[in-house]
Design a protein around this ligand. Structure first.
Ligand code: GLN
Length: 305
């Protein structure tokens, strides 16, 4: 497997030249577009990797299914009274549907509006306590107790997150966010600024692929039902408004982020983490998708093949 991954990284390197690194969060614009890497963790905790797997980057939207798990554990499925389960067909930071549907809830937890609602529902007595619960939960899911927040990216999001603030205030005005909106936005920005490597992402995927159970300790981290929900929503909504195309071309539950990472959870088989900062028009990593699609076709991993 290591040899195959090495070959795939070499063959897909050329795609790092296509597309653009995200700059709407200025600090993300500093990422090196030339990096690419992949890690795989299987159900027996074997790790396979190739390329730039030591590089740290912020988790961004890949945090959304993980925060959803914690919100589900805190509130049960009444989370879905405040956020839907359907693909939106709109870009990840769209305000359009919220504004035209007025008091309707966000389409799903994988678009920004839904994710901000989800983060607002995570329990704690203060914004600090809520965030500590988020960070500790991410540490468990990644099997990495050293995770921390990249403060430069966090401050950059705080300064420039006006679109997300508009979404947050809109949701607050319509009583979909019931908590303090500024605290909720701050914790959402902070959750997006947690730094990870490809290997951390592969462990996230592996824990989900293993039905919510740690592949290292065999401890159950999340209830089976919630792990299923996260994988299903990643599958239908995880690649923004290209989720349908990705399902067809690649066919595994995955979640991307604007830092250029993608993580996948292939049920009962493996977790995969990839990085390649340069993005297509929908905000997905160009080289990341190529790497995933090569692995899936070489190993016949599509859920539909
Ligand atoms: N923090 C980013 C934002 O809210 C996350 C978006 C993403 O990765 N698509 O804009």
């Amino acid at each position: 497997m290591n040899l195959l991954l090495k070959k795939i990284i070499a063959e897909t390197k050329k795609y790092t030249k296509e597309g653009n690194v995200a700059t709407y969060i200025p600090e993300l614009g500093r990422m090196d577009r030339n990096i690419s890497g992949v890690s795989i963790v299987d159900m027996n905790n074997n790790i396979y990797s190739a390329g730039d797997t030591d590089v740290k980057f912020t988790i961004q939207s890949m945090s959304k299914p993980i925060a959803l798990l914690l919100a589900l554990m805190d509130n049960g499925e009444k989370v879905f009274d405040k956020v839907g389960k359907e693909p939106s067909g709109d870009s990840f930071n769209s305000l359009k549907r919220l504004a035209t549907h007025n008091t309707e809830i966000p389409f799903n937890p994988m678009v920004n509006a839904g994710a901000i609602v989800v983060t607002s529902m995570i329990k704690g007595n203060s914004k600090e306590e809520k965030f500590n619960r988020i960070l500790n939960f991410f540490k468990k899911m990644t099997e990495n107790s050293d995770l921390s927040v990249n403060m430069d990216v966090f401050n950059s999001e705080l300064k420039t997150g006006d679109k997300n603030r508009s979404i947050g205030y809109f949701l607050k005005e319509n009583n979909i966010i019931e908590e303090d909106v500024n605290d909720s936005l701050e914790n959402y920005f902070k959750q997006c600024s947690i730094e990870v490597t490809c290997t951390d992402l592969a462990y996230l995927g592996a824990t989900l692929a293993n039905d919510g159970v740690s592949v290292i300790t065999n401890e159950r981290i999340v209830p089976s039902r919630y792990a299923t929900i996260a994988k299903a929503l990643m599958f239908t909504c995880g690649m923004y408004d290209d989720s349908g195309k990705f399902a067809l071309e690649v066919g595994i539950p995955s979640k991307s982020g604007v830092s250029g990472g993608v993580f996948s959870a292939i049920p009962n088989k493996m977790g995969i983490g990839v990085i390649g900062p340069s993005l297509d028009k929908k905000g997905n990593s160009i080289v990341g998708i190529k790497i995933l699609s090569e692995i899936v076709s070489e190993k016949k991993l599509s859920l539909f093949s």
